[in-house]
Design a protein around this ligand. Structure first.
Ligand SMILES: [Zn+2]
Length: 167
């Protein structure tokens, strides 16, 4: 049993995600509230993004098979998994969304298939790129390794990214 930091109820361990102090129900509520707040404040603006995706799907597949309502649903699903995703232009030239690792991107689950409804999801751009460049059978062991050797990897990444070998 464990006490949730938010609702203060004593709950079964299974009601918590691993290493979380807030129960799943409270976490989900906090996430939905956060998303609603960001939509209300204009920080999340689906419209531009959804139009862009619809046009891209038409361009690539040659037919219109994604509706705006459907894409919005997928975008909301994606936001629940990745609450930090951005839906507004955040780069300098305001043209290309994909330049920021946190921008929302339309991913084809199977890249060999088209933009049909059962083959798309909304994920952050960094993950979309990782998927493209790194097959899942490599990506998963890599992430496990990263978590298990976090401190070493952090130091190594700082070195190779900054070029500062004295770190
Ligand atoms: Zn709770």
């Amino acid at each position: 049993m464990k006490i949730c930091k938010t609702c203060k109820l004593e709950l079964e361990i299974s009601r918590f995600a691993e290493n979380r102090k807030v129960c799943k129900k409270c976490r989900n509520k906090a996430k939905s509230d956060g998303i609603k707040r960001r939509i209300a404040s204009g920080e999340i603006d689906f419209d531009v993004r959804l139009n862009y995706w619809m046009n891209r799907a038409i361009l690539k597949d040659g037919r219109r098979h994604l509706t705006k309502a459907f894409l919005k649903e997928r975008a909301l699903e994606g936001l629940k998994k990745f609450p930090y995703m951005k839906f507004v232009h955040i780069n300098e030239n305001k043209k290309n969304y994909s330049s920021h690792p946190f921008s929302a991107s339309l991913d084809r689950i199977n890249p060999n298939l088209g933009y049909q409804e059962d083959n798309i999801q909304v994920i952050p751009s960094w993950l979309n790129s990782a998927k493209l460049n790194c097959p899942i059978e490599i990506l998963i062991p890599l992430l496990r390794d990263f978590v298990e050797n976090y401190e070493n990897f952090k130091k190594y990444l700082e070195e190779i990214i900054t070029g500062d070998l004295s770190v």
